[in-house]
Design a protein around this ligand. Structure first.
Ligand code: SAM
Length: 288
């Protein structure tokens, strides 16, 4: 077990400045680099993803390793993917002595994550835990969900507004296309909020940690998932229009849409945000 007195103080602003100056590192806004400096956040995230001696954790964007270390203190194996090639030398220093923690330099949107998981974690149950770069939050989450990466949960920090959308209840005004997609693959919950002052440099918005617990089965059956998501995207693409008008953007005729809405018992004047996932599935089955 590591000695806490010798552990690098990764939430100490003075220590971080000294570390980064020594490595000639400057923050990149483009890469969404806001590092956590609130000491209570990373332990809570590491606990929330269920990391333990038998499990593995995939982290996206370790930065200088503040969350990575907390994951490393709990999980049997940790793999962290970092895009910025200036950070692995920093991480080699901050993660020294944690032999079960590895850093992979690359873009999480381009790496073959299925192969990476199989190779790095074998049969271990795996969780994803990360403070996500904000410029690419939804694409990363959708990529993990749609590729059906075999993970138990995705426990991530995102902007507060993104959290509200990702965890909204379908059929309410907060819901968007991404809400329905998340609901299809996972059970979503907001765990806690984190103020902007918890980061260095401080962003302009507050954040929240959410947990998406992956479902073993989708909550409703649908004949063709592609049609389902095409319709959902079209509906929310023009969310103020009635379904009869907005769904035409998915490439269907008004006659097809009218028939499908009728079969599903949904008024043609309804709007996308009013529908639940089973209702979307009923429309998709009526059209497919
Ligand atoms: N985990 C650290 C923390 O909490 O302090 C850093 C989080 S910072 C919000 C996001 C991190 O993601 C940065 O280190 C950034 O370089 C990295 N990053 C950005 N785009 C990425 C991508 N496509 N793939 C992997 N890492 C990425």
């Amino acid at each position: 077990m590591e000695n806490n007195k010798t552990a690098p103080r990764l939430t100490d602003v003075g220590y971080i400045r000294e570390l980064l100056t020594r490595h000639g590192f400057q923050f990149s806004k483009k890469l969404g680099q806001n590092f956590l400096i609130n000491p209570s956040v990373c332990p809570r995230m590491a606990e929330a993803c269920g990391a333990d001696a038998d499990s593995g954790v995939l982290e996206i964007g370790p930065g200088i390793g503040v969350l990575t270390r907390e994951l490393g203190l709990r999980a049997g194996r940790v793999v962290a993917i970092e895009l910025d090639d200036r950070l692995p030398p920093v991480l080699a220093e901050t993660l020294a002595g944690m032999d079960h923690v590895s850093v992979v330099q690359g873009d999480c949107m381009k790496l073959n994550l299925h192969a990476l998981l199989a190779e790095q974690f074998g049969d271990r149950p795996v969780a994803v835990c990360a403070n996500l770069p904000y410029y690419i939050t939804s694409p990363i989450i959708m990529n993990l969900l749609e590729s059906r990466l075999p993970v138990e949960n995705i426990t991530v920090m995102v902007q507060k507004e993104a959290a509200q959308r990702l965890c909204a209840v379908p059929g309410t005004r907060q819901a968007g296309a991404v809400t329905l997609a998340v609901q299809y693959y996972a059970e979503a919950e907001t765990l806690f909020t984190v103020s902007r002052g918890s980061f260095m440099p401080a962003p302009n918005v507050d954040s929240a940690v959410i947990r998406l617990t992956i479902r073993k089965q989708p909550p409703c059956e649908v004949k063709d998932e592609k049609v389902l998501f095409r319709l959902i995207r079209a509906g929310f693409g023009q969310r103020r229009k009635t379904l009869l008008n907005s769904l035409a953007a998915a490439g269907f005729t008004k006659a097809q849409i009218t028939a499908a809405l009728d079969a599903a018992g949904i008024a043609p004047a309804a709007r996308a945000e009013e529908l639940t996932l089973p209702q979307w599935a009923a429309i998709a089955d009526g059209i497919a």
